[in-house]
Design a protein around this ligand. Structure first.
Ligand code: SAM
Length: 433
């Protein structure tokens, strides 16, 4: 979402007459778009800020702005911690950016725009997109869930959806511009609604799928309690809806899920997985996991490991718990799992997932899969990198293929994170599109 926001911010600044600099050394202004979801991300922003402090001392007139979720919840306190920061802007206030920069240059420092705006979806702003092949389209912003550990509802405010007709207009424009893939984004994307049209996210996916039949469609992130049978059915039925579902579970213990205020039990989650396996055979399922949430016991942790084995995730984003100020857990629960235990449990989770991913990827060897080529491989200019509909990364010999091509690739080798193989045909497979 921050990547998509940065594309919107770039569009707003470009419209205001600014242009991206080659690098930070030649820039007149440095903006840092921040994430507050884990302490680690906030610490990293702090490290970059310390570096910018030195730059600002050396270069007179350099403007430094802090954007996104960190200023939204730390508010004006940030100016006490980092007095050299010229302005802060929260996720709902990017339209004010050019005006703020102008007044900073006129000498008005330490400005803040951190009001929540329940209506703001940045509709009508055409993002400056980083890729020409695969791109993001935010279709809702904010989150009403209030999971005990999560700061998102504090930093990004309440849910609001982009209207159905606008989403359809946006994806149609992307298809015309030559994009081959779009990821519909939302903090809690499957609670998207268009009340006027009485449509839910299943209706949106179906509409988008028909509107842009030549494009692959992905979405993230889904909440397990909102993943309905009608939604899973439409993914199974429509060929251009990618058969990959990211379904964060956080913990395999019902006791933990209850404390986390996730709104479902382990059993209910496993029932949803069974429904997905039944209605979308071959679907890749990925997840997010948190080790060491408040009061987590060794037995709770074992249940997370056993749930991972029961589901057989393709991959996972894995974290250890860090308290986020302003959340329900920060106010009401003890952060009582020692850091060393959190890290040891996370390590076990990572090792199990890596082994399972490696097994799963090894089983792909010998199969031919369809890959949407995205870019040159970072390791070798003679290779291209792309993804399967199941979101598995595949590297293959470039030959005469180019980014944007759908390529049939026979898999010859695998690690726990990447498949590699030989292109066997440039044909676009109708079954995978
Ligand atoms: N919307 C998603 C959901 O409802 O599951 C959550 C998206 S969140 C921005 C990304 C992931 O960060 C979460 O799924 C969770 O695993 C992790 N996360 C959030 N808060 C955390 C915290 N306080 N400590 C550690 N990990 C956290």
């Amino acid at each position: 979402m921050n990547q998509a926001d940065t594309e919107i911010i770039t569009a707003i600044l470009t419209e205001g007459g600014y242009a991206p600099a080659e690098d930070e050394h030649s820039a007149d202004m440095v903006l840092l778009n921040t994430c507050a979801v884990r302490a680690n991300a906030v610490d990293r922003a702090g490290n970059v800020l310390s570096h910018l402090k030195g730059m600002k001392r050396r270069r007179k007139g350099l403007v430094v702005g802090l954007l996104g979720c960190v200023p939204q919840y730390e508010r004006e306190q940030l100016f006490s911690d980092f007095p050299f920061v010229d302005f802060i802007v929260g996720p709902d206030n990017y339209r004010d950016l050019c005006g703020i920069v102008r007044s900073v240059r006129d000498g008005v420092r330490q400005q803040s725009r951190i009001d929540y705006d329940q209506q703001e979806t940045y509709a009508g702003i055409e993002p400056v997109r980083a890729s020409r092949i695969s791109t993001f389209l935010p279709v809702m912003r904010g989150c009403n869930n209030h999971c005990a550990f999560c700061v998102v509802s504090v930093t990004r405010g309440r849910e609001r959806s982009v209207a159905f007709d606008r989403v359809i207009a946006e994806v149609t424009g992307l298809e015309k511009a030559g994009y081959r893939e779009v990821t519909l984004l939302g903090q809690n994307v499957n609670s998207w609604r268009d009340a006027g049209k009485e449509l839910d996210f299943a209706g949106l996916l179906e509409g988008v799928s028909h509107a842009v039949p030549s494009m692959r469609i992905r979405f993230t992130t889904s909440h397990p309690k909102d993943i309905s049978e009608s939604l899973v059915r439409v993914i199974g039925e429509r060929p251009n809806l990618c058969n990959h579902i990211h379904l964060p579970v956080q913990s395999g213990s019902s006791r933990m899920l209850d404390l986390m205020k996730r709104g479902h039990t382990r059993e209910e989650y496993l029932d949803k997985i069974a429904m997905i396996r039944d209605l979308v055979p071959g679907a890749a399922i990925t997840t997010d996991l948190i080790a060491g949430f408040c009061t987590e016991t060794e037995e709770d942790h074992r249940q997370t490991l056993s749930l991972m084995e029961a589901v057989g995730y393709d991959t996972a984003f894995m974290f250890y718990y860090s308290v986020r100020p302003g959340t329900w857990a920060a106010r009401n629960l003890p952060d009582d799992v020692p850091e060393a235990v959190k890290k040891a449990r996370l390590q076990e989770i990572i090792e199990l997932q890596t082994a399972m991913s490696r097994d799963l990827y090894q089983r792909e060897i010998g199969k031919t899969v369809e890959v949407l080529a995205e870019a040159e491989s970072k390791r070798s200019p003679s290779k291209l990198m792309g993804r399967t509909a199941t979101n598995r990364a595949v590297v293959f010999d470039r030959k005469s293929f180019k980014p944007g091509d759908h390529v049939q690739v026979r898999i010859t080798a695998a690690t726990s994170a990447t498949l590699s193989g030989e292109a066997v045909s440039p044909e676009v497979s109708k079954s995978a599109l």
